[in-house]
Write a protein that binds this ligand. Structure first.
Ligand code: HAM
Length: 426
C-alpha cells in the first residue's frame, strides 16, 4: 500500500526547507527588531474559541473547521488562525503584566478545509503579529509598517496595501442596517448563501465570491459613508500615519475580510505575482475581542502573512541552498569510526558544546570506494574533501572548486580553524 500526504497538504523537502528556514529567520529577526516576542500556542483549541471570535456565519466556521471530539468528549478544533488562540493565551497568562502595550507574534501551521488550489492549502503556515493595548492610529500605522518591512525583507517589491474601516459598535449597526436595506430589495438576485447572510450577518455578503453576486456588490453602500466621527478621525489618522511612513495604500470600501472580529481598520497586502484573489496576508483591528473573551476593555490590532504565498511571490532566489563545507573521504574500511571522530572535531563539537558558526561536515557511512565518495562530494557541492586516515605529511585536503590538493599538518582543531577561515574568506 502506498501512502500520500493528505489532500491540500504539502511536504517541505530539502531544497525547499532551506528557503523556509531562511524566511522564518528573516521574519523572526524583523519581528524582534520591532519588539515582538513569540507565543507558541497549541495546534488545537476548544471549538467554541473560534466560533465565538471568527464568527458563526463566516465561511471559516461554517465550512472549513477541522473539528473532532476527543476521548474525553470535548469538542476540539485544529486552529484555523492564530489571533483567537493568542488572545486566549494573553488572558490566561495575564501577559499584559500591567503594561499598556503587548507586542506578540507567532509562526506556525493553521488548518482550514478549503478547496486546494495554487497558494491555497488545508494546512498552511502563517507568520502573525498582534499589538494589544493601544487603540490609536499610530498602532495601526506601526502594524502596517511591520507587515511591509517583512514583505520587503524577503525581497518582495511589487505589492499593494488595501485599506478600509468597518466602524465600531456605534456606527457598524447603522451601516449594517443600510446594507440590509440595500441587499433586501435585491435578495432575488443574490446566491443562496448571501440570502442566508442577509438574515445572519449582512456584512459577509460583501465578501461573496460568487460571480452572479458581483454586480450587486458593486453598487452596495460604502461603510466609509456610515462611519461615526471618532471612527472617521481614526481612519484619517491611519492614512496620515501611512503617508508619513511613505507607505502607499489604496482605500477599498468593499474590503471586509473573512473574520467577524474586526472593528475599524482592516487591511490586506496583495502581490502582483499572486493574482487578485490571493492576498499575501491581511489583518485589522479587533477592539472587542479581548473583552469578549472575558478580559478588560482592550483594543488590539494584528495581521497574518501566509508563508506559502510569501515564498511563492518572493521567487526562487529567496534563501540559500544547503551545501557541506567538508566531505570526509574514508580511505580504509578500518578507519570508519575514527573518521566519525575526525568529522566531529572538524565540526567544532568535540567539547560537547555547540559553538556557533562551525563547519558543516558529512562523512560517508556506507563504506563506498574513495572514488564514489569523491563523486558524492562534488554532487553535494562540498567545498573541501578531507582524506582519512592522514598521510605521513598530514591530512590531504582537496579544494573542490579550485581542484587543488594540499596536505595540512598539525592537529585536527588547527585543520578545522584553517578550513573555517577559508570559508569565511570565500
Ligand atoms: P486571514 O486573511 O484569514 O487572516 O489569513 C491571513 C493569510 O493567511 C492570508 O492572507 C493568506 O496569505 C494565508 N492563508 C489563509 N488561508 C490560507 C490557505 N487556505 N492556504 C494558504 N494560505 C492561506 C487571519 O488569519 C487573521 N488571523 C489575521 C489577523 C491577525 N487579524 C488580526 N490579527
Amino acid at each position: 500500500m502506498k501512502f500520500q500526504a493528505p489532500k491540500g497538504t504539502h511536504d517541505i523537502l530539502p531544497g525547499e526547507s532551506e528557503r523556509w528556514e531562511w524566511l522564518e529567520a528573516r521574519a523572526r529577526d524583523i519581528l524582534s527588531r520591532y519588539g515582538y516576542r513569540e507565543v507558541r500556542t497549541p495546534m488545537f483549541e476548544a471549538t467554541d474559541l473560534f466560533v465565538r471570535s471568527v464568527g458563526e456565519s463566516t465561511d471559516i466556521v461554517r465550512k472549513e473547521l477541522y473539528t473532532f471530539e476527543d476521548k474525553g468528549g470535548r469538542s476540539l478544533t485544529l486552529r484555523p488562525e492564530g489571533t483567537a488562540p493568542l488572545v486566549r493565551a494573553f488572558l490566561e497568562h495575564t501577559l499584559a503584566h500591567g503594561q499598556p502595550i503587548s507586542r506578540l507574534c507567532y509562526l506556525g501551521p493553521m488548518f482550514r478545509y478549503e478547496r486546494p488550489q495554487a497558494g491555497r492549502f488545508r494546512q498552511f503556515w502563517q507568520i502573525g503579529a498582534e499589538l494589544i493595548g493601544p487603540g490609536g492610529p499610530a498602532a495601526d500605522a506601526e502594524m502596517i509598517d511591520l507587515f511591509v518591512a517583512i514583505i520587503r525583507g524577503v525581497g518582495l517589491r511589487d505589492v499593494t496595501v488595501l485599506l478600509n474601516s468597518l466602524g465600531d459598535a456605534t456606527c457598524r449597526p447603522v451601516y449594517e442596517e443600510r446594507i440590509r436595506d440595500y441587499f433586501g430589495t435585491r435578495a432575488e438576485a443574490l446566491c443562496g448563501d448571501c440570502r442566508e447572510r442577509l438574515k445572519t450577518n449582512p456584512l459577509r455578503i460583501l465578501d461573496c465570491k460568487v460571480p452572479s453576486c458581483q454586480p450587486i456588490l458593486e453598487g452596495a453602500p460604502s461603510p466609509l459613508d456610515s462611519l461615526c466621527e471618532p471612527c472617521r478621525e481614526h481612519f484619517a489618522g491611519v492614512q496620515d500615519g501611512l503617508r508619513a511612513l511613505a507607505i502607499p495604500a489604496t482605500v477599498v470600501p468593499r474590503l471586509v475580510r473573512g473574520l467577524d472580529y474586526y472593528t475599524r481598520t482592516v487591511f490586506e497586502v496583495h502581490a502582483a505575482s499572486l493574482g487578485a484573489q490571493n492576498a499575501v496576508g491581511g489583518g485589522g483591528r479587533y477592539d472587542r475581542l479581548v473583552k469578549d473573551f472575558g478580559g478588560p476593555e482592550t483594543p488590539a490590532i494584528g495581521f497574518s502573512i501566509g508563508m506559502e504565498r510569501l515564498l511563492l511571490s518572493a521567487g526562487s532566489e529567496a534563501g540559500g541552498a544547503w551545501t557541506p563545507d567538508v566531505c570526509v573521504v574514508v580511505r580504509e574500511e578500518s578507519a570508519a569510526f575514527t573518521a566519525l571522530e575526525l568529522a566531529r572535531t572538524l565540526r567544532g563539537l568535540t567539547d560537547g558544546g555547540a559553538v556557533g558558526g562551525g563547519l558543516r561536515v558529512v562523512v560517508d557511512v556506507a563504506g563506498r570506494s574513495a572514488g564514489a565518495q569523491m563523486k558524492w562530494a562534488s554532487k553535494l557541492g562540498a567545498r573541501y574533501a578531507v582524506f582519512h586516515p592522514q598521510d605521513s605529511d598530514g591530512y590531504p585536503v582537496r579544494d573542490m572548486t579550485a581542484g587543488k590538493d594540499e596536505a595540512k599538518q598539525g592537529t585536527v582543531e588547527e585543520l578545522s580553524r584553517w578550513l573555517l577561515t577559508r570559508r569565511e574568506a570565500s
